[in-house]
Design a protein around this ligand. Structure first.
Ligand code: SAM
Length: 240
C-alpha cells in the first residue's frame, strides 16, 4: 500500500480532476446517491434556500457536473428564470445534456476563469462538491463575486472533515473505507474514489474558507455545518 501523498496543485491537478470526472461520469449520479444515502437532494434544497433563489432568478451553477443541483435550481427559478451550468469535464456535461430543461444551458469552462460571462450577470452563484477540487480558491471566489449583481448571493457546499467524535468515527469508516470500495466496484475506477477522501482532507478548514470568501470581496459571510458536520454550507453576499 502506498503512503499518503499530497495531491498536485495548479494545472496538473486540473488535468487529473478533469480526466477523473470524464472517466466516472456515466456512474456519477448513481454513486452520489449511494454515497450520500440520497441526502444530496436535501442538501440541494439547502443550497437553494441559502442562496435565496426565487422564481425568475438567473443563477450560475459552477462545477455543475451532470446537473443534479442545476436541475433542482431550474425547477425553483421556473420558466421566467434561467440557470447556466459550467463544468470543465466534457463527459460530465454530456450527462447533464442528456436531461435537458428549457431554462438551463450548459457551457464548458473553468470555474476560475469565467471571462465568457459578463460582470453582474446573475442573481446568485452556487458551487457544490466543486471547491475542494480547485486549488485556486481566490480565483474561484473572485469570479463568483464578479458575475453576481450587487446584492447577489454566493453559496458553496462542500464535504468536510467533521469535528465531533461520533461524526469523525462515522466519517473515518464511511469515506476512508467504504466509499473507496463501493466507488471502485460501481465505477470500475479505484483511483477516483481514493481521491475523494484525500481531497476532503487536504481542503481548507471551514473558518479559513470563510476568510478566503471574504477577502474576495463578499460580505456577511457565514457558514453552517450539516449532517453532523460532514458537510459545510458557506454563503456570502456581494455588497450593494
Ligand atoms: C463532485 S462533482 C460535483 C457535481 C455537481 N455539482 C453535483 O452537485 O453533483 C465535481 C465537478 O467539478 C468539476 N470541476 C472541478 N474543477 C473544476 C474547474 N476548475 N472548473 C470547472 N469544473 C470543475 C468536475 O469536472 C466535476 O464535474
Amino acid at each position: 500500500m502506498s503512503g499518503p501523498r499530497n495531491l498536485p496543485t495548479g494545472g496538473e491537478r486540473a488535468a487529473l480532476v478533469e480526466e477523473m470526472f470524464d472517466r466516472i461520469a456515466g456512474r456519477y449520479e448513481l454513486l452520489n446517491t449511494v454515497m450520500t444515502g440520497g441526502m444530496h437532494r436535501l442538501w440541494n434544497r439547502r443550497i437553494i434556500k441559502a442562496a435565496n433563489i426565487i422564481p425568475g432568478d438567473r443563477v450560475l451553477d459552477l462545477a455543475c457536473g451532470t446537473g443534479s443541483l442545476t436541475r433542482d435550481i431550474a425547477a425553483r427559478v421556473g420558466e421566467s428564470g434561467s440557470v447556466l451550468g459550467v463544468d470543465f469535464s466534457r463527459e460530465m456535461l454530456r450527462g447533464a445534456g442528456s436531461r435537458p430543461r428549457p431554462n438551463v444551458e450548459y457551457r464548458r469552462g473553468d470555474a476560475t476563469d469565467l471571462r465568457f460571462i459578463e460582470d453582474e450577470a446573475f442573481d446568485a452563484a452556487t458551487i457544490a462538491y466543486g471547491a475542494r477540487n480547485i486549488p485556486n480558491l481566490d480565483g474561484l471566489f473572485a469570479e463568483m463575486r464578479r458575475v453576481v449583481r450587487p446584492g447577489g448571493r454566493v453559496v458553496c457546499l462542500e464535504i468536510a472533515t467533521p469535528e465531533n467524535e461520533v461524526s469523525k468515527a462515522f466519517y473515518g469508516l464511511w469515506f476512508d473505507r467504504v466509499v473507496p470500495k463501493i466507488g471502485a466496484r460501481i465505477s470500475g475506477d479505484a483511483e477516483a474514489y481514493t481521491y475523494l477522501p484525500k481531497s476532503v482532507k487536504e481542503f481548507v478548514a471551514a473558518d479559513d474558507l470563510s476568510g478566503i470568501i471574504e477577502r474576495n470581496g463578499l460580505q456577511d459571510v457565514t457558514y453552517r455545518r450539516l449532517a453532523g458536520g460532514i458537510i459545510t454550507l458557506h454563503r456570502g453576499v456581494r455588497g450593494l
